[in-house]
Structures are given as structure tokens and as C-alpha cells.
Design a protein around this ligand. Structure first.
Ligand code: AMP
Length: 227
């Protein structure tokens, strides 16, 4: 796919409950516009796998479906944002998730003279999220996302993107943990929709449609706020 160049580097935030499609859409925007996907969930899973101090603290919290402490997540995000590739523009996938994180992000961006182009809220029905999450898995090699019902690879067990044959499912993608993750979203993250609305940065998307329709709506927003 040709990468479409944006006139100005963008900071885009994807808001939405677990299962809304933030990761899938962030990857598509990354490929289409050359932006960098920055997923705090991925960064935390990497920290857990590497056995870092932050990873050790985060592991049990993530398994329970609760939110990792603001201090840990903000520190991880700050380190990642300091890496040079993020100058192309970033898509924040899963961050911020609390008002404290949103305020910390505002401060960080103030320091670098950047601002948020858009906070895109992926609007979905909670009931559908359990089904979406329970069926999902990714390629262990390249991270491409698949779903038992909605997005199967062309050849079963073989990644369309890289040909990898090892697929993995997340430890927290099970029915028990999904309930806790949805509750954490509504209690702590949903208020950010108002937070960004008040700043005039909020864009809403109906995220119950097909992946391609949502991607096309997202693409229009990105071009609109970054051209
Ligand atoms: P995700 O991959 O975005 O669904 O995140 C998986 C888990 O990582 C969440 O259920 C939280 O436990 C933790 N996590 C990811 N991002 C954050 C964040 N911004 N703040 C707190 N916890 C987070």
C-alpha cells in the first residue's frame, strides 16, 4: 500500500472500550499514513515478558483486567515518545485511560510544542464486545490481528501479512477478565470523551460497522485534521 504523506505530523488519540477495534485501526492508519502506533498495552505486555520492574508490578493488575497505575504507564509512554521515530506523528492506542494520564499527556506535548489533532471515539455496544474479544488472536511474528468469525487469514493458521504460522491469544482476552476491563473503561476512561469534547478535539465514529468502513471514516478524519 502507498503511504499517503500528511502535511503536518499528527497526534491522534483512539478512545473506545476493549474490543472496539483500536489496535486494528491504529495499525491500518500506521500503514496508510506512516504514523507510529503507540499502544501502552503492547508496551506493558513487552515489559511483562522482559520481566522489568514495571512489568512485574503490572502483570497481576493486567491479568485481573484492572488499570495499571498512572505512574508506570506515563513513564513508559514518556520514554517511548522520546524515541525519534515518533516525530512522524503518533496514534495513541489505549492511552490516555484516566484523566491524570490525559493531563500528563497535555504537559508532555506542551513541552515539545505539539498538540492533539483529534481524539477519535470508537462508539460500540458493550454486548458485542465480549464476542469480539473472545474470538481474537494475532500473528506472533508481525502482530497482524485476526478473529475467529470476523477476520480469518486466507489460509488457516498462516498470516496474510508475513506468512508466519504461530498465532497467539492474549491472556486477558477471556470472558471473566473482559467484564472487569469494560467496567474499568466506563468508570475511568469514558469521562475522557467529555474531556476532549471540551477541548474541541473530539471526533466520534460508529465502530459497529465493517473494518473497512471504519477505516475509511478514520482516514477522512485524519486527512481533515492533519492536511
Ligand atoms: P490493551 O492492550 O490496551 O487492551 O491493554 C491491556 C491492559 O494493559 C489493560 O487492561 C490494562 O491493564 C493495561 N493498560 C494498557 N494501557 C493502559 C493505560 N493507559 N493505563 C492503565 N493501564 C493500561
Amino acid at each position: 500500500m502507498d503511504v499517503q504523506t500528511l502535511t503536518k505530523p499528527s497526534v491522534l488519540i483512539l478512545l473506545g472500550p476493549p474490543g472496539a477495534g483500536k489496535g486494528t485501526q491504529a495499525r491500518m492508519l500506521q500503514d496508510k499514513f506512516g504514523l507510529v502506533q503507540l499502544s501502552t498495552g503492547d508496551l506493558l505486555r513487552a515489559a511483562v515478558a522482559a520481566g522489568t520492574e514495571a512489568g512485574k508490578k503490572a502483570k497481576a493488575v493486567m491479568e485481573a483486567g484492572d488499570l495499571v497505575s498512572d505512574d508506570i504507564v506515563i513513564a513508559i509512554l514518556k520514554d517511548r515518545l522520546a524515541e525519534p521515530d515518533t516525530a512522524k506523528g503518533v496514534i495513541l492506542d489505549g492511552f490516555p485511560r484516566t484523566t491524570a494520564q490525559a493531563e500528563a499527556l497535555d504537559d508532555l506535548l506542551d513541552q515539545t510544542g505539539q498538540s492533539i489533532n483529534a481524539a477519535i471515539s470508537l462508539e460500540v455496544d458493550d454486548d458485542a464486545m465480549v464476542t469480539r474479544i473472545s474470538g481474537r488472536y494475532t500473528c506472533a511474528t508481525c502482530g497482524e490481528g485476526y478473529h475467529d468469525s470476523f477476520k480469518k487469514p486466507a489460509v488457516e493458521g498462516v498470516c496474510d501479512n508475513c506468512g508466519g504460522t504461530e498465532m497467539k491469544r492474549r491472556a486477558d482476552d477471556n470472558a471473566e477478565t473482559v467484564g472487569a476491563r469494560l467496567a474499568a473503561y466506563h468508570a475511568q476512561t469514558a469521562p475522557l470523551i467529555d474531556y476532549y469534547d471540551r477541548k474541541g478535539a473530539l471526533r466520534r465514529i460508529d465502530a459497529m460497522g465493517t473494518i473497512d468502513k471504519i477505516a475509511s471514516d478514520m482516514g477522512s478524519i485524519v486527512k481533515d485534521v492533519s492536511a
